[in-house]
Design a protein around this ligand. Structure first.
Ligand code: PA5
Length: 422
């Protein structure tokens, strides 16, 4: 379902370096699979795909059918791991049954005001998602959206339009769900936010939006089986994890995830959170960045070709997009583009990718390409697991705990002090 092309690492990574990193890959694999590595208490994602109960998928799917009847849209409230995977999936697949609006991922009053205007005359179901149940952004956004719901619905009707996804026992959101009698789903204790797309964090809002969550899970299940073997020749996920560490050790401190598909934009945002929060600690960590081609070739293309050579690039390609559009012939050919007439946009797009990867390689940017065979739900589920496992292995090779995020507390302490929290 996924392939990894490393032709343009030639001259940047040599076979000896791959041999040299093998012991670290084995140690990382053993640490992860034995449950004895750093942060092992948050590695529930590792075999999560195979453990997702059919009953849970059924329960969520039934709820989704009900919501499809009574709502015009979904409002998904959450931030970080409780937001990015949902948006990545909805944007990648190009919309499902109901449009999804997002709240609680910023604190902009203009954004929220505009959202309230948009939602005014719509029938709404709200999914509020927070593992800790205490995160500021979604908590205060939920207060506002709840007021809007209260102005539209009362009693049981109001209750059934609020769905909470949170911890089984802890946190304010659990308290709210239990005391108000809202429907709720549990986020497992052993899965951290950025690894939680296949828990109810992702499954509930995605099913409500109309995404086929069974296919998403099936894709991840295939990936779980495929990437279980500790063999760099057979395991593309481990090969990718190993190569990025070799490049990092040689001074390539930035990984640019570049894609020629705008629908991948939020997948890249999800990727940045996954790797940034997992590896960026103790003074170490590849800086995960992203470019959206070909748009960014006309802005960041110069930097990529010619700036400080501290970057490597990972292209995320799609072999078969969902649709193609043909460039029409023009009788007068005033613009001179008849030479591509009759060709698909996808053909032109792929030539742009081939040209860019070759040019960046020649410009001193080692690059590799991850290709998804198809742009569908199952392949996306596979890709999520691919990156999660690569991140766990890569973080262990780097020597950090890829499952904690102590650094995100620092600004919160200062913000709470400024806001006068007791
Ligand atoms: O990965 C993480 O742990 C974070 O990005 C969280 O997902 C984010 O801070 C939201 O946290 P919560 O779900 O507790 O509201």
């Amino acid at each position: 379902m996924i392939t990894l092309n490393t032709d343009y690492l030639k001259g940047f990574v040599n076979p000896q370096e791959i041999n040299d990193i093998l012991p670290s890959v084995r140690l990382a694999h053993d640490a992860l699979h034995s449950g004895k590595g750093l942060g092992a208490e948050f590695t529930g994602w590792l075999d999560l795909p195979s453990r997702i109960p059919d009953a849970l998928i059924k329960e969520i799917s039934l709820l989704a059918s009900e919501v499809h009847q009574n709502s015009d849209c979904i409002v998904s409230i959450g931030i970080g791991g409780s937001y990015l995977g949902i948006r990545a999936t909805v944007d990648f697949l190009g919309g499902g049954k109901l449009p999804v609006y997002y709240a609680g991922h910023n604190i902009s009053s203009d954004y929220l005001h505009q959202l309230l205007v948009t939602l005014k005359d719509k029938r709404i179901t709200v999914v509020v998602i927070s593992k800790s149940g205490t995160t500021t952004e979604p908590a205060i956004a939920f207060r506002v959206i709840k007021k809007l719901l209260e102005s539209k619905y009362q009693g049981e009707e109001l209750k059934k339009r609020i769905i909470c996804v949170t911890d089984e026992k802890k946190g304010a959101l659990r308290k709210i769900a239990d005391s108000q009698g809202y429907r709720s789903f549990i986020i497992p204790d052993d899965v951290g936010g950025r690894y939680s797309i296949l828990t109810p964090v992702g499954l509930v809002p995605l099913a409500l939006a109309g995404v086929d969550i069974q296919s998403l899970v099936d894709g991840a299940r295939k990936a779980q089986a495929e990437y279980a073997v500790c063999d760099l020749d057979k395991n593309t996920c481990y090969r990718y994890a190993a190569l990025r560490n070799i490049l990092y050790a040689k001074g390539k401190k930035i990984e640019m995830l570049s894609s020629f598909y705008p629908e991948v934009f939020y997948v890249a945002e999800w990727f940045k959170q996954l790797f940034g929060e997992s590896e960026g600690k103790q003074g170490k960590g590849i800086f995960p960045a992203s470019l959206n081609m070909s748009t960014d070739l006309h802005s960041m293309g110069q930097w990529m070709q010619d700036a400080e050579r501290t970057v490597f690039e990972t292209f995320l390609q799609i072999d078969k997009p969902q649709h193609d559009v043909i460039v029409p012939t023009d009788a007068e050919d005033l613009d001179g583009f008849n030479y591509v007439a009759g060709k698909g946009f996808d053909f032109v797009n792929k030539k742009a990718y081939e040209a860019t990867s070759a040019a960046h390689f020649e410009g001193g940017v080692p690059n590799m390409t991850i290709t998804l065979c198809k742009a569908d739900t199952m392949h996306l589920g596979h890709l999520y697991y691919f990156f999660e496992k690569a991140c766990g292995i890569s973080g262990y090779i780097l020597g950090v705990n890829p499952f904690d995020q102590p650094g995100v507390e620092a600004y919160k302490k200062k913000m709470f002090a400024l806001l006068g929290k007791q």
